[in-house]
Design a protein around this ligand. Structure first.
Ligand code: TTP
Length: 399
């Protein structure tokens, strides 16, 4: 089935990691989120893709070109990010007169459930959560509890814990229902299109076994953890006889693992990365292309994007380091509160629980720390920001 993939958003909740990168191009387990989505859609039954691009569109186009796994990709440009209905409207001229699937380019869907969605008639992917008030909650027909009648956004008193995953099979006629009015939060929403379609035809809720919306920085760690489960051991780079590589570890061609390094999989080491000597990498860690992890450095359950350097005597736990970040010798990250409560991070000016007992820091592209910097759990360091030698950062440094 023809598949529209939304990848035009600005990813404001993911800042500073999205200051210069579209969110769907952030890498989890070595590959952009959007590539994982296209792969899973291809496996589930996509026949061709219409990728809606907008924010930093060229990065998406340059990476994928005009096909993926033998399936054509057409691009639709959404010039201003006015909402998901507007994004699909931008894609409409590229669609044939047939049913179409819509997926978010920054969400992960479990392959089996996605295949079921593709095999369904008009449908919406649903998922059960503990905190439905944070999502769009599906309203179901009282006589037929697989039939969707509508969606209530972030209800104070949700009538169920079944939420909208943002994945849909629309009938061809939905192309004529894309002109919606602006919602309370000021966007043109695809859920309003869904509501119209629900009034015209039967739309079924297809339950997903697993789903992850990657909207905030710590969700990039969750994505990496999930995708790391399917890594299979492959050592294409140069691995010293004096290194210990345990479990499902991928070392890409051109990467160098020096003596004294221990890597406990699952872990991903990108092309031309250099690890060691004497470094320790564990948890679901992904080290990007050209990154450098030096002597006596421990990296646990973290993502280092391309070109990041942690050169000497450092600890990085449960953290995300942007492209070209440089940690001075002795930089140490805290990833646990003394009161054992979930670590909080400021997202768009508000303190938000990550839900994680262990979470370290988020560091924007090209930021640099001075030697012996201490970074407290939940701290965000903005793009190109710096710290002085010996500095203890207990608050964000965004500008
Ligand atoms: P969101 O995650 O709601 O929006 P976003 O990606 O811009 O992130 P943030 O809220 O942090 O600013 O969007 C859901 C999906 O829809 C996502 O894949 C991006 C896409 N999208 C568009 O393509 N165009 C749009 O105008 C909007 C709002 C989203």
């Amino acid at each position: 089935m023809q598949t529209v993939v939304l990848a035009a958003g600005q990813g404001t909740r993911m800042r500073p990691l999205t200051d210069a990168t579209p969110k769907p191009m952030l890498r989890a387990a070595g590959r952009p989120l959007l590539e994982h989505t296209l792969d899973r859609a291809a496996d589930a039954g996509a026949s061709r893709f219409v990728v809606v691009v907008g924010y930093e569109a060229d990065q998406v186009r340059d990476h994928f070109g005009d096909s993926h796994r033998g399936l054509d990709i057409a691009y639709a440009e959404q010039t201003a990010q006015r909402g998901t209905a507007d994004a699909v409207r931008a894609a409409a001229p590229e669609l044939d007169d047939a049913p179409f699937v819509v997926l978010n380019g920054d969400a992960l869907y479990d392959p089996e459930s996605l295949a079921t969605l593709y095999d369904s008639g008009p449908a919406v992917g649903s998922y059960r959560v503990d905190n439905p008030s944070n999502y769009g909650v599906l309203q179901l027909d009282s006589d037929d509890n697989t039939r969707v009648t509508g969606v209530v956004e972030k209800p104070a008193n949700p009538e169920s814990n079944l939420i909208n995953t943002g994945s849909y099979v629309f009938p061809a006629t939905a192309k004529d229902r894309l002109d919606v009015s602006t919602s309370e939060r000021g966007e043109l929403e695809l859920t309003d299109v869904l509501e119209t379609v629900c009034g015209e035809t039967t739309v079924t809720a297809v339950p997903f076994d697993r789903w992850l919306d990657v909207g905030r920085p710590w969700e990039l760690l969750a994505a990496t953890e999930w995708l790391s489960e399917s890594l299979s051991r492959r050592l294409d780079g140069t691995v010293s006889d004096g290194a210990t590589i345990e479990g499902d570890v991928v070392v890409e061609a051109g990467a160098t693992i020096k003596a004294g390094v221990t890597i406990e999989g699952p872990a991903y080491i990108g092309e031309d990365a250099t690890i060691g000597p004497n470094a320790y990498i564990r948890g679901a860690t992904a080290i990007g292309a050209g990154a450098n992890v030096g002597h006596a450095v421990e990296i646990k359950n973290s993502v280092l994007l391309s070109g990041a350097t942690v050169g000497h005597l450092s600890y990085v736990g449960d953290s995300i380091l942007g492209r070209g970040v440089n940690f001075g010798a002795g930089t140490t990250v805290a990833n646990l509160r003394h009161d054992d409560k979930p670590v909080e991070v400021t997202v768009k000016g508000e303190r938000v629980s990550t839900g994680r007992r262990k979470f370290g820091v988020v560091v924007g592209d090209k930021a640099k720390t001075g030697i012996n910097t201490s970074l407290n759990a939940g701290v965000v360091v903005g793009t190109e920001m710096t710290t002085t030698p010996g500095e203890v950062l207990t608050r964000d440094r965004r500008e």
